[in-house]
Design a protein around this ligand. Structure first.
Ligand code: HH2
Length: 273
């Protein structure tokens, strides 16, 4: 039975980095990246998210030159082989510009256009969609005892403020996505609160992207899941909850399993009884 019910789009992760937390080093060369991208498309990915710099605490910072060297050949090769939407996961305006010129149509910025003064204007100039993600502080220190008085309210206020900044710079409202940033300056309890509050984020009226794939809060609930690749069950549970809350897309490593889980969930929701 073919899929007939709406469900979130599945964004497959392609990291061409030596040190990403779950797949660092596995797809480092452009050829490996292309092979991985092909596999994710065949598995049913709706969008590919290309990253050339890890945001993991302790990851080595990368120059814009190096990041461009990693991602642009890959984006060009995917663009030549497929019309799948491509997002570029970068905090650097130069990288976003080069990626969009190479064929990306979404700028996924975990810094929500905060880390370079020209970022909001550039997003408007590029005319691409832009994902504004919440992160507490900076990647290197975000996990040093993060605290909030009310994590949901604070993340919500941050995302709305960033959306207004983007719109003030000329980004069309229809091009803005919001992401609460699971794992970016959050304890396991903060992550769970944000996951539970997803309907509130969806109600803000922007498409919401949710990325819980293989993240560490899952190991806080299952101490045997020390390795990122042991966290598939928890990732699926989080993404099914996100789908039930109405998110527009989920960002995942395990595309085949996620597509299957979301399709079954949507089919159950649409079954005749
Ligand atoms: N998570 C990661 C990276 N980019 N972008 C958005 N919008 N939302 C997320 O939750 C998100 C993101 C971290 O995952 P990964 O790419 O596997 O690791 P790394 O940051 O080490 O590249």
């Amino acid at each position: 039975m073919a899929r007939t019910f709406p469900r979130p789009r599945v964004m497959g992760i392609v990291n061409v980095t030596p040190d990403s937390f779950s797949d660092g080093g596995r797809y480092l060369g452009a050829a490996d990246g292309i092979e991985h991208a092909r596999r994710l498309i065949a598995q049913g990915a709706d969008i590919l998210d290309i990253g050339g710099e890890s945001t993991r605490p302790g990851a080595t910072p990368v120059s814009a030159f190096e990041e461009i060297r990693r991602v642009v050949p890959l984006i060009e090769a995917i663009r030549a082989a497929s019309d799948i939407p491509i997002s570029i996961d970068t905090m650097k305006p130069e990288v976003a510009r080069a990626a969009v010129q190479a064929g990306a149509t979404i700028w996924n910025d975990v810094a929500a256009l905060r880390f370079a003064p020209q970022a909001p204007e550039l997003a408007a100039e590029l005319g691409c969609e832009v994902v504004l993600m919440h992160m507490l502080g900076q990647p290197g220190t975000m996990q040093d005892a993060p605290r909030y008085d009310d994590v949901v309210a604070e993340v919500e206020a941050f995302l709305l403020a960033r959306a207004f900044t983007a719109m003030a710079a000329g980004v069309a409202k229809a091009k803005i996505w919001l992401d609460p940033g699971i794992g970016f300056g959050k304890t396991p309890a903060h992550n769970l609160a944000l996951l539970k509050a997803l309907p509130r984020f969806v109600a803000l009226g922007y498409p919401v992207l949710l990325g819980a794939s293989r993240k560490r809060f899952i190991a806080a609930l299952d101490p045997s899941a020390g390795e990122a690749t042991d966290r598939l069950g928890g990732s699926l549970a989080a993404h099914l909850a996100a789908a039930a809350a109405g998110v527009a897309a989920v960002r995942v490593h395990d595309v085949r399993e996620t597509v299957q889980a979301l399709d079954v969930q949507a089919a159950i929701a649409g079954a005749a009884i």
